[in-house]
Design a protein around this ligand. Structure first.
Ligand code: GDP
Length: 442
């Protein structure tokens, strides 16, 4: 998961402030120095960092002393607010044309993820908004691009418009006409990319823009290339006046600089983020949730949304009730695991939980075999053990491992995963400060 390094460094900076009743000017200065370094190391643009730190300092110095918060908590609160602001404040929506079709022009450098994420976005609009999108192949230079679009279109059940290798401006116009004729209310134009920003590319994109007046021009940028992504965003915005950004590959170990700098440098919001290679791995970008995630406060809202999309309604209600009453047991865990299967790997989920590092659970994929093992382990426990896993000492674990045909390490792994879900339970059961924050504050 992206941002891990930044999260750790910020949390270390805050740790030093904990337990202090009053912050001296020197304390604040030292914390700001560390925040500054953490941001620079995360590859946030120098100018943005300078401005950010100045703003946090100003607010920290001028802030009213709130009785409910310790000075350190107050600084975290300000950093959280400013990080949210830096990434654009509220989440930005895709504009829908008042008269269909909505034309979305996907632009970006080669390999950024235009084709994949244009298709993902079309899929999202189809699934969540009941749209009838059309994908249009306007990248005529990369030989495999048309085929690639057809493959993803087929996987998503979305039609693809292509005219082979002819003038992309002509294709774009014909695609919009085709959409009008066939009742497609959205058209996603997959345009060509280059390895670097060049004049011929910009020229072609400007011509397409002039020909079809797109509702939205979305720039796709790869989060892994850090500052280069920001420079590319600036160049594309200067030439095309883009409407927003799709930041891809945030599932990787991008340091996060691009996500934090793009809005400040271009003034354009990140609207969506790509979270994996699969065609459903795209999410609406929420600056506030991302800020909380960076600060280790977890992204429980996204987790709940994900759960809502995957859980069966009745079971979800039962779970909610159990979580509310804090009565989540190992038997429920098995039940949930089956449902969680649709939510990706546990490490994806871990990234959204407060105080949990994705690397804690790396590779803990919820495949069929793992589930079988888990079921065997849980059913080898006595009902009392299932309700009270803390009594599981090494001889009990040995017995359970033998009974389930597994090893003690498997039993331990399961117990660790259970603890993780219990962390989630605490979140749901209300009102408490996230564990990571409590830890920070001492
Ligand atoms: P294009 O040249 O801009 O059209 O880029 P593609 O759509 O062909 O994507 C380039 C590569 O990045 C492909 O291998 C994609 O599967 C991969 N990719 C795209 N988006 C993501 C993402 O969000 N996460 C990950 N891990 N890979 C992605």
């Amino acid at each position: 998961m992206a941002f891990e390094g930044l999260s750790e460094k910020l949390s270390a900076a805050f740790k030093k402030l904990r337990g202090k009743g009053r912050l001296s000017e020197a304390d604040v200065k030292e914390a700001m120095r560390e925040i500054r370094l953490a941001l620079l190391e995360a590859d946030v643009s120098y100018k943005v960092v300078k401005q950010f730190v100045a703003q946090v300092t100003e607010k920290a110095v001028g802030a009213d002393v709130l009785e409910a918060l310790s000075p350190a908590q107050q600084i975290i609160k300000i950093v959280n607010q400013e990080l949210t602001e830096l990434m654009g404040g509220a989440s930005a929506k895709l504009t829908i044309a008042s008269k269909p079709p909505t034309v979305v022009m996907m632009v970006g450098l080669q390999g950024a993820g235009k084709t994949t994420n244009g298709a993902k976005l079309a899929g999202l609009m189809k699934r969540q908004n009941g749209k009838r999108p059309l994908l249009a192949a306007c990248d005529i230079y990369r030989p495999a691009a048309i085929k690639q679009l057809e493959v993803v279109g087929e996987q998503l059940g979305i039609p693809v418009f292509q005219m082979g290798q002819t003038d992309p401006v002509h294709i774009a116009k014909a695609a919009v006409e085709h959409a009008i004729k066939h009742g497609n209310d959205m058209v996603f134009l997959d345009t060509a990319g280059r390895l670097h920003v060049d004049e011929a590319l910009m020229d072609e994109l400007c011509k397409i823009k002039a020909a079809v007046s797109p509702t939205e021009i979305l720039l796709v940028v790869d989060a892994m290339i850090g500052q280069d992504a920001v420079n590319a965003a600036k160049a594309f915005d200067d030439a095309l006046d883009i409407d927003g950004v799709v930041l891809t590959k945030l599932d990787g170990d991008a340091r996060g600089g691009a996500a934090l700098s793009i809005r400040a440098v271009t003034g354009k919001p990140i609207k969506f983020v790509g979270m994996g290679e699969k065609l459903d791995q795209i999410e609406v970008f929420h600056p506030d949730r991302m800020a909380s995630r960076i600060l280790g406060m977890g992204d429980v809202l996204s987790l709940i949304e994900k759960a809502e999309q995957n859980f069966d309604q009745k079971k979800a209600l039962e779970l909610q009730e159990k979580l509310r009453k804090n009565k989540f047991t190992l038997s429920d865990l098995y039940d949930q695991m089956v449902q969680l299967k649709g939510m990706g790997s546990l490490s994806d989920i871990a990234g959204m939980l407060p105080g949990v590092k994705a690397s804690d659970l790396e590779g803990a994929a919820l495949d069929g075999k793992a589930l079988q093992r888990m079921e065997a382990i849980i059913t080898s426990m006595t009902p009392y053990e299932r309700e009270n896993p803390s009594i599981l000492n090494s001889s009990r674990k040995k017995r359970i491992a033998a009974g389930s045909g597994t090893q003690v390490v498997d039993v331990n792994r399961l117990l660790k995963q259970f603890e993780m879900l219990q962390a989630m339970t605490k979140q749901f059961s209300g009102g408490k400060m996230p564990r990571s924050l409590r830890k920070m504050m001492g």
